[in-house]
Structures are given as structure tokens and as C-alpha cells.
Design a protein around this ligand. Structure first.
Ligand SMILES: NC(=O)c1ccc[n+]([C@@H]2O[C@H](COP(=O)([O-])OP(=O)(O)OC[C@H]3O[C@@H](n4cnc5c(N)ncnc54)[C@H](O)[C@@H]3O)[C@@H](O)[C@H]2O)c1
Ligand SMILES: O=P(O)(O)OC[C@H](O)CO
Length: 351
């Protein structure tokens, strides 16, 4: 941190949604002053007066602001936690107030897409060039070097209820992992470290696809055996895609991979699981998205991975089947019958 002493400065959090609020509360609990950025001045004022955000109580040490310059100049360490669809725009606004001494550790589990999917066809296939993880967006949009991410089984509601959990802070810089651990760890929140930044980001992004699928299994009441089958095959598919996009298989076997996959694929607290559940009950994807207040990143990720799997010739039967469900080309019931007949080869073929 050069001459800057992080412990004396407030910590910034950008995004006063479910997870941004949960992260703010964890930081604030350690006697740390937190500045939480809300997207509008009205929302910031409301949160400051009600002391509640996304259904979570706000710790007394949290100040809510709508001023990105204030966050940038007051905080050396910032946790951006906004949906992937808005992340690049947020970074463009924040970048003028960022300097190379800043540390950014994001908690977003989705891709940035720099092309319109409607313009993608066989002549112009979607490639890794069009798709960025949030650490790559931070690097492209700002002068920040020390970048990290936060990923693991971290259902915001359970974190707010102070139930035990753990996460992984990933960064190419050990210093970023150390800062993340020092700021976040407490007696019920364990923090592991990893240098595989892209691998850990991909875990958090790709598990959302499988969580949507697991929700369809629950919605059809196909049972625990079917869910376990789906999660296991889902993990293999995540590894195949993850490797094609620049991740290592090891990350997927840890807390950010299989850990988050199990939590998200088993819980009605997960928005992605809920989307699948509602699809199985007969709602369309448009009806579901319109009625959801919070973001379910998996829907966009299914569309992106469906294209990338064709470009990179990765076998992704689960993603492709979910894509056909959300496009109403296949019913959820037919999709599961199709997957049961799919000619999977070896059970594990990535080790
Ligand atoms: N909710 C969870 O349990 C959880 C856990 C881990 C990770 N995540 C990830 O965190 C990210 C955010 O999820 P969430 O649950 O907080 O979503 P949410 O839908 O509850 O809230 C998103 C918040 O971001 C704000 N926002 C949008 N654009 C913004 C911008 N440009 N600047 C500032 N704020 C902006 C919105 O106003 C909203 O308050 C997602 O990528 C999600 O996958 C969520
Ligand atoms: O509610 P979801 O489906 O976005 O999942 C939340 C987190 O990713 C769980 O770790």
C-alpha cells in the first residue's frame, strides 16, 4: 500500500444490493468504517435514514453515499459488487477517481459482453475477445493494478443472518489476498486465498448456469438422485468451459467451484436456482425476469456460453439445453429426458 495505511481509512463498497450490503456489514463489524455507494442520491438518502438495504439492516459504521469521487478519494480498498451488465459503465464513472495505489476486490459473478449477441453468427462468432471477467474490465478501464475477486458459497441472506460461511479471495498479488483476508475474516467467515484469479472468477460465473438447471430439477420434483447427477455432470461441464476460457481445473474443485455450486444448486435463496424452479413451473424467462427485483446472472451467462461453446467446440449439453429452454424451443420436461439420453463418455475426463 506504499505509504497508505488501509486500516485507518474507510473501505469502499460499490453496489447497495443484496451482496454489496452483506459485504459492507462484514467489513463494518470489524470496527471498520465503510462507505457504501448507492446508485442514486435518493436511494443513498433513503438507506441513510432507514438504515436498511435490500432487506438487510445496515451496521452503524456504514455511511451511504452517491458520490463516487468521495469513495475514490477516501478509500484505498474498494469492493465493487454491481451486476455484470452495469459493471463496465460503473468502472468508467469511477476510473477518474482511481489511482495505481488502489486495491479493488470485486464480488460480481457474471461476464461483461462488448458485442450485441444479436450480431453474432457463423461468420462473426462470439470469442473470448468479446467476453471479459470483471478483473479484466477493471484492468481495461482504470489505472488499478492490484485487483482481486471474492467468490464462494456466499448466499447473501445467510451471511446477513450471521450463519457460518467461507469464501476465496483470489488475486495475482499475495498482498491483495492478505488485505482481503484481514478485512473480511471473522469467527464465522473463513477466507481462503488463491492466485488463480481468472479460474476463481470463472467458477463463480459458470456455477450460475448449473444452478438454473438444478432449479428446474427441483421444480419438476425429480428427486435428490437426479439433482446429484445434474450437479456432478454440471461440474464437469464447468471445468471444460472454464479450461477453454483460460481457467485451471483445480479452482473448480474448491470452495468457489464445487462449494458454490452445491450451495447455489440447492437453495431457494439463490436467484438462479429460483429462475430454474419457475421455468419448470411453466413461466417464461421474460415473465420471471420482469418480476424479479434482484439480478440472476445465470440467464445472460447461458446465452454467452451457448455461443462460446460452439466457437471453441466444447461439449456443453447442459448449457445448450438450458438455452433451448429459455428460448422456448424445448420444454423443461423434454430437456431432462434429452439429457438422460445424452451420450456422455468418460465420467471424469479433465484430470
Ligand atoms: N446475492 C448474493 O447472494 C450474491 C452472493 C455473491 C455474489 N453475488 C454477485 O454480486 C453481484 C450483485 O448481486 P446482488 O445480489 O447484490 O444484486 P442485487 O440485484 O441485489 O443488487 C444489485 C445492486 O447493484 C446496484 N447497481 C446497479 N448498477 C449500478 C451502478 N452502475 N453503480 C452502482 N450500483 C449499481 C443496483 O442499484 C442494486 O442495488 C452479482 O454479480 C451476483 O452474482 C451475489
Ligand atoms: O442468488 P444467486 O443465484 O445469484 O447466488 C448467489 C451467490 O452466488 C451464492 O454464492
Amino acid at each position: 500500500m506504499g505509504s497508505k495505511n488501509t486500516s485507518e481509512k474507510p473501505i469502499g463498497v460499490i453496489g447497495a444490493g443484496s451482496f454489496g450490503t452483506a459485504v459492507s456489514n462484514i467489513l463494518a463489524e470489524k470496527n471498520q468504517r465503510v462507505i457504501l455507494y448507492a446508485r442514486t442520491a435518493e436511494k443513498a438518502a433513503l438507506l441513510n435514514s432507514t438504515r436498511e438495504s435490500s432487506g438487510h439492516k445496515l451496521h452503524d459504521h456504514i455511511e451511504v453515499t452517491n458520490d463516487l469521487e468521495y469513495i475514490g478519494t477516501s478509500c484505498d480498498v474498494i469492493f465493487p459488487v454491481v451486476p455484470s451488465a452495469n459493471f463496465r459503465a460503473m468502472m468508467k464513472e469511477l476510473a477518474p477517481f482511481l489511482r495505481p495505489y488502489h486495491i479493488l476486490i470485486h464480488g460480481t459473478k457474471g461476464f461483461d459482453l462488448n458485442v450485441d449477441l444479436k450480431k453474432i453468427d457463423a461468420q462473426n462468432p462470439l470469442s473470448r475477445e468479446h467476453v471479459r471477467t470483471m478483473s479484466e474490465v477493471i484492468k481495461e478501464e482504470s489505472s488499478v493494478v492490484r485487483i482481486g475477486c471474492l467468490a464462494g458459497p456466499n448466499l447473501a441472506r445467510e451471511i446477513s443472518e450471521k450463519k457460518p460461511a467461507a469464501t476465496v479471495v483470489a488475486s495475482h498479488f499475495d498482498e491483495v489476498i492478505r488485505v482481503g483476508q484481514n478485512l473480511l475474516k471473522n469467527d464465522r467467515f473463513l477466507i481462503y486465498g488463491s492466485n488463480d484469479l481468472i479460474g476463481i472468477e470463472l467458477c463463480g460465473i459458470l456455477k450460475n448456469i448449473i444452478a438454473v438447471g438444478a432449479g428446474t430439477i427441483a421444480g419438476l420434483e425429480l428427486g435428490e438422485n437426479a439433482k446429484a447427477l445434474f450437479i456432478s455432470r454440471g461440474l464437469v461441464e464447468m471445468v471444460h468451459i472454464g479450461k477453454a476460457l483460460g481457467g485451471n481445473a483445480e479452482a473448480f474443485l474448491g470452495l468457489a467451484g464445487v462449494g458454490d455450486l452445491v450451495a447455489t444448486s440447492s437453495s431457494h435463496l439463490s436467484r438462479n436456482f429460483t429462475v430454474g424452479n419457475r421455468l419448470a413451473k411453466g413461466e417464461t424467462i421474460d415473465q420471471i425476469i420482469e418480476s424479479m427485483e434482484e439480478v440472476a446472472e445465470g440467464v445472460k451467462t447461458i446465452r454467452i456460453i451457448n455461443e462460446l461453446s460452439q466457437t471453441y467446440k466444447v461439449r456443453c449439453p447442459i448449457t445448450e439445453t438450458l438455452y433451448r429452454i429459455i428460448n422456448q424451443e424445448m420444454t423443461v420436461g423434454d430437456a431432462h429426458k434429452y439429457l438422460m439420453k445424452f451420450p456422455f463418455r468418460a465420467e471424469i475426463d479433465f484430470m
